[in-house]
Design a protein around this ligand. Structure first.
Ligand SMILES: Nc1ncnc2c1ncn2[C@@H]1O[C@H](COP(=O)(O)OP(=O)(O)OP(=O)(O)O)[C@@H](O)[C@H]1O
Ligand SMILES: [Mg+2]
Length: 366
């Protein structure tokens, strides 16, 4: 218990017996904006949470906080309001050791617009077949009832078109996709990640039909043998399990998750996926098609290129390698040489990438 130097909102000032309020252990804030609208005001964003905490403690030292009340910035962004989302104890006073955190932007508010189509994805036939069912479900969510596709896992090497396929599905069905990177779910507080998951599914349900795309699933759903057992990570896993089990069935919501480390996934999570769909590295013909589709979009003149020869020499390359490491780098070399893109540019780059691919990985879990 400590006495108050000054107090928060007027309402709190009047109603509370300040001498009986204890110091806040932590306060969670949500940026709430300015009381008045102006064209010239940007919303501030926290760039360094530790520095912000020092800054916040100093200016709000002695303020009484409770969920729902506002704290106004008085320095860099005068009158910008932060709303208290949570405080522990529920009614308490900001002190010199209060843990003050600004809520991360709500990941579940985000939808993406995609310009990728199924025709852009080369190969991956089993994924394409499954997508037909999902397409059917998303365009007529009522029809399949309890037989609807719910949880699908894409797995396979990096750069083989997993994200691309999910984007294409969203575009072709005109159904919004909510993409989340699993790593962004790991919050500052225990419990934050699981709240994010439930919030995500709730907002997907509100705008259903909707696709939730969880990328890098292994970041949170690693088999317990491989994760350092952080409490919040297992809470996230449990929240995800609850949503995927569909005890509270989220109508019209389809979860697609992607990983390139399927063998490390938690078996409980893995068993919730009705189907695991493999994405393979492209074969020679597919490599040719990927090169061919992309080469025409290069913004530079080119000599006659023998893409068949390149596809023969690029066994083991992913679609991403072909686009990002071969075509893009060859283009850049041609720009540096100030000439058209020539076969030799492609050949040289392929040789360099092959040398890189032969190097052992720096770390097993990167
Ligand atoms: N099957 C494919 N057909 C056409 N282009 C492809 C294919 N696979 C990869 N690409 C190219 O590589 C890029 C990266 O692919 P994408 O992001 O879908 O890979 P990913 O499987 O999600 O990889 P990661 O596991 O690293 O997330 C695509 O934008 C595209 O240019
Ligand atoms: Mg991806």
């Amino acid at each position: 218990m400590r006495s108050i130097q000054k107090t928060g909102t007027k309402e709190l000032r009047g109603k509370l017996d300040n001498s009986r309020i204890s110091g806040a252990k932590y306060v969670l804030l949500r940026p709430a904006g300015y009381p008045l609208k102006s064209l010239f005001q940007d919303s501030p964003e926290v760039s360094n949470s530790r520095l912000f905490e020092r800054y916040a403690r100093e200016q709000w030292y002695g303020e009484v906080v409770k969920p729902g009340c506002y704290l106004f910035d008085r320095r860099l962004y005068p009158d910008f309001a932060f709303q208290v989302v949570r405080a522990y104890p529920r009614v308490s006073i900001v002190g010199s050791d209060t843990n003050i955190v600004v809520e991360k932007k709500k990941i579940y508010a985000k939808k993406i617009e995609s310009d990728v189509t199924f025709d852009d994805v080369v190969g991956q036939d089993s994924a394409r077949r499954k997508m037909r069912v999902v397409e059917k479900f998303l365009t007529e969510p009522e029809k399949l009832g309890k037989w609807a596709p719910r949880n699908i896992l894409f797995y396979g090497p990096s750069g083989t078109g997993k994200t691309m396929m999910a984007k294409a599905l969203s575009r072709e069905t005109k159904v919004p996709m909510m993409p989340i990177k699993a790593t962004t779910l790991i919050g500052e507080f225990v419990g934050e990640g699981s709240r994010q998951i439930h919030g995500l599914y709730k907002s997907a349900e509100d705008i259903a039909p909707c696709i939730i795309f969880i990328d890098e699933l292994d970041a949170i759903a690693l088999d317990r043998r491989y994760q350092d057992l952080r409490g919040d990570v297992s809470e996230i896993v449990n929240a995800l399990l609850t949503e995927m089990d569909g005890i509270h069935r989220r109508k019209g919501v389809c979860t697609i998750a992607a990983t390139n480390k399927i063998e490390f996934l938690d078996s409980a999570i893995r068993s919730r996926f009705e189907e695991e769909i493999i994405f393979n590295l492209p074969n020679e013909e597919e490599r040719y098609l990927i090169l061919d589709k992309n080469v025409i979009t290069l913004p530079l003149e080119m000599e006659r290129l023998d893409l068949k020869a390149i596809s023969r020499k690029t066994k083991g390359f992913s679609g991403r390698d072909l686009v990002e490491k071969v075509l893009k780098v060859a283009l850049h070399h041609a720009i540096i040489d100030d000439c058209k893109i020539a076969q030799v540019h492609l050949e040289e780059v392929v040789q360099n990438v092959k040398k890189d691919l032969l190097k052992p990985p720096a770390e097993m879990f990167t």
